[in-house]
Design a protein around this ligand. Structure first.
Ligand code: HSE
Length: 453
């Protein structure tokens, strides 16, 4: 058998190694690309020992050639033309970590057409163009991997696609955006205001190029689309995800939630119901003692409920340079191990083989069932009775009804926790509440997620 003369393979315990290094072309050398390059270089021997072969970056496309030269060194071909890297004859795998959707889609499709595997951390790209990309990959017999696209350091795609394959997954729920979790934690624990906390998240490299993607829940929705595809074997149209970010969240509600024994987190939820699937990203109240409520700062946490496994919890860094690189390189190691595997026997891109993917109906907002938190400003003491009576008339089951602590006579707030009710019923009740003469200002509503069993 051929023994590779490369001395790095001696670390494999003297076993003969027949495979040449996997050759990587990379597009983008920003936060994630630079981290990937650094970790690949630092842990080269250990990664090769796991992969069974070396992994070498041979070409990089980047906008700022001078800056990139300082990161990648002289042995790597540098270009400012991403298409050259995507179709480079010496490249086995394209790593796309440039971000964006339009041009990135063209590079990835060109690489696939040229017979290259693709690794990407670009959740927007897959959530919006996943069908075209996965379809092309199937046609050309190549693999597309994206562990770094969902909750970066946490191997959640691998858990769903491989570790939990025995299960019918009932729901997946989690904190999947590091920036917003960092902002909410800083606001709650250190009293920072929103803009200050966001500026810190940007300085630390957590936020997207356009931070509106983070704070408006779009980034979390991209990730949820990928989680749902892998959990339920469904084709996901990102446009189906109901999205509310954290910009409308008031500090007063963070305090009221604490009074009731809850913490507010931006949650992404994919839940299978008898009549369809709920897909939503919303700020939600979690019991303060819940494990996910302890996931703070830029950490992400994801719970998966399987019928056989029960609940499993995954937690780790949700943003960051080497944290994302950890996932990107894990995908590269999978690619390095693919040699000789027939495409039909590989782990499918979305967890289920293409012929078994379903078009599960996504439930409309009105049909989504959750518990609710309501805060209703009222003019005076009779207000609480009026609120309780109206909710009963509208068929909203009330679990708790009480005054906000410390409210002065002219700033009284009624706090309500409901039992599970359809969003449509609650929306109608809110409309009616708003018209009550006892109500003194805009009513506030957020979901409550017990996330138990
Ligand atoms: N902006 C993203 C976040 C980066 O904050 O979670 C990781 O996907």
């Amino acid at each position: 058998m051929y023994r590779d003369p490369d001395p790095r393979f001696e670390s494999l315990g003297g076993h003969p190694v027949a495979l040449r290094p996997l050759r990587v072309g990379m597009i983008g050398i920003g936060t994630v690309g630079a981290g990937t390059f650094r970790v690949l270089a630092r842990n080269q021997a250990e990664i090769a020992a796991r992969a069974g072969r070396g992994i070498e970056v041979v070409a990089v496309a980047v906008r700022n050639l001078a800056r990139a030269a300082g990161i990648v060194g002289e042995s790597v071909a540098l270009t400012d033309d991403p298409m050259q890297v995507a179709t480079h004859p010496a490249v086995d795998v394209l790593v796309e970590v440039a971000g964006g959707t339009g041009p990135a889609r063209d590079w990835v499709l060109a690489a696939i057409a040229a017979g290259k595997h693709v690794v990407t951390a670009n959740k927007a790209l897959l959530a919006e163009h996943g069908e075209a990309i996965f379809g092309a990959a199937r046609q050309h017999g190549v693999a597309v991997a994206y562990e770094g696209a969902v909750a970066v350091s946490i191997p959640i795609v691998k858990a769903l696609r491989e570790g939990l394959t025995a299960n019918r997954i009932g729901w997946v729920a989690g904190i999947v955006n590091g920036t917003t979790n960092f902002i909410l934690s800083k606001m709650r624990d250190e009293g920072l205001d929103f803009a200050e906390a966001l500026a810190q998240a940007q300085a630390l490299g957590y936020a997207e190029a356009d931070p509106a993607f983070d704070i408006e829940g779009i980034d979390a929705a991209h990730k949820l689309a990928l989680l749902a595809a892998n959990a339920f074997g469904m084709r996901v149209d990102f446009a189906d995800v109901q999205i509310e970010g954290i910009t409308a969240l008031q500090r007063l509600d963070v305090a009221c939630a604490e009074q009731l024994g809850y913490r507010i987190k931006l949650l992404a939820v994919a839940r299978r119901r008898e009549d369809g699937v709920e897909l939503r990203v919303q700020p939600a109240l979690l019991p303060a003692t819940h494990l996910l409520a302890q996931v703070n700062g830029s950490l992400n946490g994801i719970l998966v409920h399987g019928d056989a496994s029960g609940m499993t919890l995954y937690c780790g860094a949700g943003a960051g340079s080497e944290q994302t690189a950890s996932a990107v390189i894990a995908d590269l190691v999978d690619m390095a191990r693919l040699e000789g595997t027939h495409a039909a026997q590989r782990v499918p891109h979305q967890g289920f083989h293409a012929h078994a993917l379903q078009a599960l109906p996504v439930l409309p907002r009105a049909a989504v069932r959750t518990r609710h938190y309501l805060r209703v400003p009222v003019h005076g003491a009779p207000g609480i009775t009026a609120v309780g009576a109206l909710l009963a008339r509208q068929g909203v089951p009330v679990e708790r009804l009480e005054w906000m602590a410390g409210g002065t006579e002219d700033a009284r707030q009624v706090l309500v926790l409901t039992d599970e009710a359809p969003q449509g019923t609650v929306d109608l009740a809110l409309h009616a509440l708003q018209a009550l003469p006892e109500v003194a200002g805009p009513c506030v509503q957020w979901r409550v997620e017990p996330l138990a069993g």
